[in-house]
Design a protein around this ligand. Sequence first.
Ligand code: ADP
Ligand code: ZN
Length: 731
Amino acid sequence: MDQPEFYAEGALVNVLTTQPLDRTLDYRAPEGGCAQGAYVQVPLGPRQVLGVVWGPGRGDFDYAKIRPVTRVLNVAPMRDELREFLIRAGEYTLTPIDSMLRLATRVPGLSDPPSMQKVYRLGDQTPDRMTDARARVLAVLEDYGGLAFTLKELADMAGTSSSVVKGLVTQGAVLEEATPRDAPYPALDLDRSGKPLTGDQENAATRLRAGLQSESYGTTLLRGVTGSGKTEVYLEAVAECLKLGRQALVLLPEIALTAEFLTRVEARFGARPAEWHSGVTMTERRRAWKMVGQGGAQLVVGARSALFLPYRDLGLIVVDEEHDNSYKQEDGSLYNARDMAVLRAAICGARVVLASATPSLESWANAEAGKYERIDMTDRFGPAILPDMDAIDMRAEAMSSGKWISPSLQGEVRQRMEKGEQALLFLNRRGYAPVTLCRACGEQIECEHCSASMVEHRFLKRLVCHQCGESRPMPEKCPSCEAEGTLAPIGPGVERLAEEAAELFPDARIATLSSDLFGSARALKAGIEAIAQGGADIIIGTQLVAKGHNFPLLTLVGVIDADLGLQGSDLRAAERTFQLMRQVAGRAGRSERKGAALLQTYQPEHPVIRAILDGDEESFWRAEADQRRAAGMPPYGRLAGIILSSPDPQAPFQFGTTLARHDDALREIGAQLFGPAAAPIARIRGRHRVRLLVKAPKGAPLQQAITKWLAPARLPKDMRLAVDIDPQSFY
Ligand code: ADP
Ligand code: ZN
């Protein structure tokens, strides 16, 4: 790019704002000038908006009328690498560049002047009286030799209250100081070594280190069974990256996993990294954003949006549990963080590590095709071995109606309890019952805004719509026929399962792990830790438990309904069921005790169930790949979903039909168009939904064709059109 580095006062600059304008605007550089890429505040009508100096002014507007930039923000200018990433990610996902800039500037108070905060460091006085709590505070400060902490950080790390710290301040044993709020993160200690690695692990770490030393782009699929030490291995890659003076990013699919991971980082490097996800305070987010840009943060641990931070020199992106669905953002801008990680790394010459026990078919195929390097780790660390897997044939079990735990599974649970071990009953359904039916009139209670049934949450005493989140108190009477006491739950959710377990095992301590049963991420973390330490005999859980937690006492996993994910016509039904079942099973037997996983199924001969039980992952993938290849489906072909929605029930269909009639641009690239058809969930939040599906050959310029196809379309009032490139779900 041929651009000046700096614009002197009065020079014309072109500014991209975060406003949906469809174009960039010219301004005059302010007093003191501004740098290419500078984050600025500019006037737009009566408002002040955030923008970035995008290039030299175009000068197609009367200079006398052009207003000056109001202010240059005191943050590092956007680097060309991030700019190129935003442009290319926007082109790939068909997202306008202003939305991309919004993604990259989601920090409140970016334009606020720096403020001060109080921090605490070691003083030189000895307290008059030493208590355990006081000793712990001083020990933390000594451990970190001279570093300062906020009151909360220090109290948390010492496991005490803030008043203990305050007490030490009055004694002069701890000093209270004011510093600018957005302070650099404590340096990670790179001289510490990690755990001694096994041969397999060392080989993997060596290959990852070599990749980093090349200081050029490359992606590695790190495939290892749960418990094989993938985390230990990629922490070695992080260490190597930081030693090279570059920054590293670790993406986790679930906030609930960060606490455990941060503890491991702290154990490995002696300090905590920057954190970036929705559970982090606004002040911390701003600090992270600024420090990442100034090089005051070496390592970021975060959610998918951490990909859009203004790194100074990003050398490594780890995508842990790379197959996880939550990497695909399903609202607002539709991007897949795994794919965007690869894109950003390719632009900035970084390495990507995709870690998973059950990779996505996409990544598996990329490794097969030689686009990704692949490393396999087949053994669990230490004495831990993979669980035995077996089916419970539900056709042969004596089940009474409204009950879900088969006699065989009951017996297995009882055995574990007698040995003081834990059992997990897995059901991927939140709430008490998925359907509530009136026994008098047969009416099923539906959401008023969505075509979805209301789910009873007995714990909350409410009916909740899992589509739009709408909830209302559990009614006493049937809303339709007004009969009293006739509403009946149909089917199981985790809460109902917990009730059944409590009846079957009256002496057991039962813990239910479902995201909606905990008020906060902190409460959830505390719950998980208590369980890990043996605070429950039976764990009832949704997919929340499938992800990465370590429960050392857990030796039995009972999957209540292994057939659940196989219903429906989703392209990825088989792949997802396979991944989920293998992940859940992987929770069992993570320490010395051998684990078992039992799948309750009505179709034990189903090929997917067979593949799960055999554990022959290669042949599962190969079979799945062959099917997709034959059908021209991803990753061997390309898909894009078009979702039209409107409060008017007819409009989306009519509009979709018009679009389908003018599909020349798609046919030119050999793509096929399917639909319009009512979406599987035909109404969400009062909007009627219609889908179209574009299917194209692998190498075809899909995005360009879609842009050309949709360009002449004028959206009727109230109609929304969303394009989903590489859709993951088809609801
Ligand atoms: P994965 O990420 O593959 O599931 P982890 O890295 O979490 O596996 O390892 C599983 C458990 O084994 C963790 O508690 C980890 O600390 C431990 N572990 C793995 N490798 C080693 C090692 N070389 N030395 C000591 N502990 C290890
Ligand atoms: Zn709803």
